[in-house]
Design a binder for this molecule. Structure first.
Ligand code: FES
Length: 77
């Protein structure tokens, strides 16, 4: 599973770093095959139809990602 957690300014201020912390604490050591990137902007924060924080999972974009939403996305994958 390829995960990109945006840590750009908009996403960081809206909780992107909480998603990263959650990933570090709960996902990296559970044996699943994760590939993580933390880009500085995924170019969705400037689009009217998306709201930070943004996460991309296997090419699919998710916005307004809370830790709870992130958890569900990872469970589905
Ligand atoms: S800062 Fe996250 S999409 Fe731009």
């Amino acid at each position: 599973m390829k995960i990109r957690i945006c840590l750009g300014t908009c996403c960081h201020l809206m909780g992107g770093s909480d998603l990263y912390s959650y990933f570090e604490e709960h996902c990296e050591k559970n044996g699943r095959d994760f590939e993580l990137e933390t880009p500085s902007c995924l170019d969705y924060c400037n689009r009217a139809d998306y709201e930070a924080p943004i996460v991309e999972v296997d090419g699919e974009i998710y916005d307004r990602v809370t830790v709870e939403k992130f958890k569900k996305i990872l469970e589905q994958g």
